[in-house]
Design a protein. Structure first.
Length: 190
């Protein structure tokens, strides 16, 4: 039970003190789960992030579910997930009662503006950390540049294309290159 409560309160703290959604939470999840508690490795965190992005649901919740499952199976996943969502649920419920009046207060509106800037910085930080962990190969840089350029073009043009489509394109290209290299090695060894 002690480990389950630790999972719940660890992810509740992350959920309570991180604004801006899953991507903004990733650096804090990594710092807590990889560096401090050593529940997962850095490579696992990178893999979790990729899997969490490509599966339905918010990235941070998917990450917490994975970590909880790794620590204590299904019940650990449940406690970690509940820990992640409970603070947001309570805060949103409380704000919903006062939302109109709440946003009219100048210092609250100013605080939300500041939070938006902080979230942008956290997302950039998560992207830089992930980019540093990539394999140092030309294909990696080409695919990262393509994905970045495609997302920027989609955003600028206000086109509604899921990031999953870009991930699938990059995965397909990577798989084709991998299979081509493997076939070439097989032919050379004959």
């Amino acid at each position: 039970m002690k480990k389950l409560l630790e999972l719940f309160f660890t992810f509740a703290k992350i959920g309570l003190f991180t604004f801006g959604g899953g991507y903004a939470m990733l650096p804090l999840i990594e710092r807590t789960c990889v560096e401090k508690k050593k529940w997962i490795t850095g490579d696992e965190m990178t893999n979790i992030t990729v899997l969490a992005e490509s599966t339905p649901g918010p990235v941070a919740i998917n990450c917490s579910t994975y970590v909880g499952n790794k620590q204590k199976g299904f019940i650990g996943a449940l406690f970690a997930t509940l820990g992640m969502v409970t603070p947001s649920f309570i805060i949103i419920l409380a704000i919903s009662f006062f939302l109109e009046r709440f946003m009219e207060v100048k210092w609250v509106a100013g605080a939300f503006y500041g939070i938006k800037l902080a979230v942008a910085i956290l997302i950039i930080d998560a992207a830089i950390r992930m980019f540093r962990k990539l394999e140092k190969k030309p294909l990696t840089y080409i695919l990262a540049a393509f994905a970045f350029a495609a997302m920027m073009a989609i955003d600028i043009a206000s086109v509604r294309i899921s990031s999953v489509v870009i991930m699938l394109i990059c995965a397909t290209v990577s798989l084709i290159v991998y299979l081509a290299k493997r076939n070439k090695k097989k032919e050379e060894s004959k």
